[in-house]
Design a protein around this ligand. Sequence first.
Ligand code: SAM
Length: 278
Amino acid sequence: MVELLGPAEIRGLAAELDVRPTKKLGQNFVHDPNTVRRIVELANVAPGDVVLEVGPGLGSLTLGLLATGAHVVAVEIDPKLAERLPKTVAERGPEVAGNLDVVGADAMRVTRGELGEPTALVANLPYNVAVPVVLHLLAEVPSLRKGLVMVQTEVADRMAAGPGSRIYGVPSVKLAWYGSARKVAAVPRSVFWPVPNVDSALVAFERGDTTASEDRELLFGLVDAAFSQRRKTLRAALAGWAGSAERAGELLTAAGIDPRTRGEQLDVHDFARIAAAR
Ligand code: SAM
């Protein structure tokens, strides 16, 4: 039996460690076991899975993941939290303590050699770096096939947005290059301590079949350029990327796209055709 952490335990651990949660590290800890159970269920984690958890914090979600019989590789930047985690797991789920590896590192810089071959990313992400962390891990860890991450609602909407909407942008296209993302549930701010000033949502992700990484660098540069001046036509917005507005116009035409179009109207396949034309 693994015992999950409730409000009293979260406060107790924070007091013991003298943790003063910082906004900079997005330290809002889940103190509601039902939320943890819901995340684990939606993530569809099974015994034998190797789960990558970013930012285990005081261990709320880590314990829930371990309770399924999965192996967890937890990457935590705060040394105090990383050091305490194995003890928390040993106290509350001694039978699963051997299934935990803690990596004290920055998830935006961690390398695949430090992580082994995790197959799923399940995390309550630090909000200010949620998108760069997900993109870094998808690029760095090819074994990751699926994921379920909790992020700020607005970020969840952007991650899952399709062409034509106001919120469609760089995160939407880059994630679409890796696979498919969809918002699967809303989570109220009340499940956290301290209570953040935003609501959250869960985004499920599945990796598709992608092409070579050189294509990715070129494509991602194009996407950054297209959205850096999103009010301009693509011909104008891509002038720097292509070398000139004229050349941008030629590439767009070669890709079968009207040069007067704006980036927010194109899907990832359209962008891939433009990149391929260069
Ligand atoms: N998983 C815990 C939970 O649900 O209660 C904590 C989630 S809290 C929103 C985010 C966690 O990510 C914190 O523990 C914070 O220290 C950690 N963190 C922040 N930036 C990080 C980074 N760049 N790499 C790894 N961990 C990070």
